[in-house]
Design a binder for this molecule. Structure first.
Ligand code: FAD
Length: 382
């Protein structure tokens, strides 16, 4: 039998690639392998689930058996790939060798863990897939006070969602503003006041150093000597593309697995996309770039080599307390910021010396201007 096209990972990258590939090629054997339970779901829904009162089962869109049938593929769940042997075009699942025609790495990014002292480390949850979400929901049931580590995009979305779900929320982060790598300070201040109006309390500057059990729940000790009483902790301090297995196989990695515009890694017949990939130098852990890669790679796998291109990639942040859209200034560009508006309605624009719009942050009412501004933005990969 011909060796199959093998996709490792059944997140948005893996399943969407399989779906697009099947539109072009209904015959080539297709195998998907995932270390999780293989349920199809949309990860962005994980940070709106409490406000909508959705259990993990309610976020599941299809079971792996239904996906296998729909995709005319084999889906192996709870199966962890442990190595790649590019020389023999096979991968390893423990002792089992699995041959491939083409291998696609769509194995995502993992949550960064914090080294913290104390006897309550098991009360710290990262939420990066449906199973994490189910575990956190079970832990938070009947509790009231949530401490969130991190004020990046995901931390802020969880804050809004948990507040909407009736929890008391405090956030800790060793930085001066919300979403420091993405947001102009004026937009960050607008977001902060929007979340504070729902009851969020921010501790910007200190780190969590120790988490311990107390008679009433948990005590979080911060590096500025303050102590926060809480019941459960969400860690949202960042995601790191999974690169270890690729690097061990000699595949070139940097921040992510390095791929060119055709999603080729440094090795023949091995491709990468989604959160694990760094595409022509860009590591963008969002859905829009991933979907552009899906469409291009499906064509390539079906015999029509196709390069991916990215237009502008604005990010809508799911914080209804302060609607927010941001388009970060692409790397290598320099410009000057202007800020209009006040309170939670901020329009911050970055333009270069010729007046070309490079990036923006829009909050509140200013979000309405995004469609017009998007037309002015430069493409990220032309
Ligand atoms: C809470 C949250 C909210 C988000 N909201 C938004 C949003 O609003 N908009 C937006 O654009 N982006 C958002 N994102 C980012 C977006 O969801 C991700 O970029 C996208 O889902 C990544 O998909 P992926 O398929 O690359 O990775 P993943 O979904 O992480 O899938 C990785 C897959 O690989 C499998 N795997 C890993 N290692 C192995 C192994 N060794 N062997 C076998 N299988 C393995 C896993 O089991 C999994 O099936 C959000 C992210 C989070 C965490």
């Amino acid at each position: 039998m011909n060796a199959p096209v093998v996709i490792v990972g059944t997140g948005l990258a893996g399943y969407n690639l399989a779906r697009e590939f099947r539109k072009l090629d209904s015959e080539t054997p297709l195998l998907l392998i995932t270390s999780d339970d293989g349920r199809s779901y949309s990860k962005p829904m994980l940070s709106t689930g409490f406000g909508k009162n959705k259990e993990a089962d309610g976020l599941c869109m299809a079971m792996p058996g239904a996906m296998a049938e729909q995709l005319k593929a084999q889906v192996r769940t709870h199966t962890r790939v442990s190595g790649i042997d590019p020389g023999h075009k096979q991968l390893w699942i423990g002792e089992e060798a699995v041959p491939y025609r083409d291998l696609i790495l769509a194995w995502g990014a993992q949550s960064v863990q914090v080294p913290i002292e104390g006897d309550a480390q098991d009360a710290i949850f990262s939420i990066n897939d449906l199973e994490d979400y189910a575990r956190f929901r079970a832990a938070a049931a009947g509790k009231r006070r949530v401490l969130i580590l991190g004020v990046g995009l995901i931390g802020c979305e969880f804050a809004n969602d948990l507040l909407a779900g009736g929890y008391e929320v405090e956030l800790v982060a060793p930085c001066e503003q919300l979403m420091p790598t993405l947001l102009h300070p004026a937009a960050a201040a607008a977001l902060q006041s929007g979340l504070e109006s729902l009851g969020a309390r921010f501790h910007l500057g200190p780190l969590l150093t120790r988490l311990q059990r107390s008679e009433t729940g948990l005590e979080a000790h911060l590096s500025d000597a303050s102590v926060i009483a809480c019941d459960v902790v969400v860690s949202a301090i960042g995601l790191r593309p999974r690169t270890d297995l690729a690097a061990a196989a000699g595949i070139r990695v940097n921040r992510g697995i390095e791929v060119d515009r055709q999603l080729n890694t440094s090795h023949d017949n091995i491709y990468a996309l989604g959160d694990c990939a760094q595409v022509d130098g860009l590591s963008l852990l969002y859905v829009m770039p991933l979907m552009s890669c899906v469409r291009a790679l499906a064509q390539t796998l079906a015999g029509n080599p196709t390069a991916v291109s990215y237009g502008a990639m604005p990010i809508t942040v799911k914080t209804p307390a302060c609607p927010l859209v941001v388009s970060p200034v692409p790397r290598g560009y320099e410009g000057v910021w202007t800020v209009e508006g006040q309170g939670t309605d901020i329009k911050a624009l970055c333009r270069d010396a010729d007046g070309q719009l490079l990036g923006y942050a829009l909050t509140g009412e200013a979000v309405r201007e995004k469609l017009a501004l998007n037309k002015e933005l430069p493409a990220l990969l032309a």
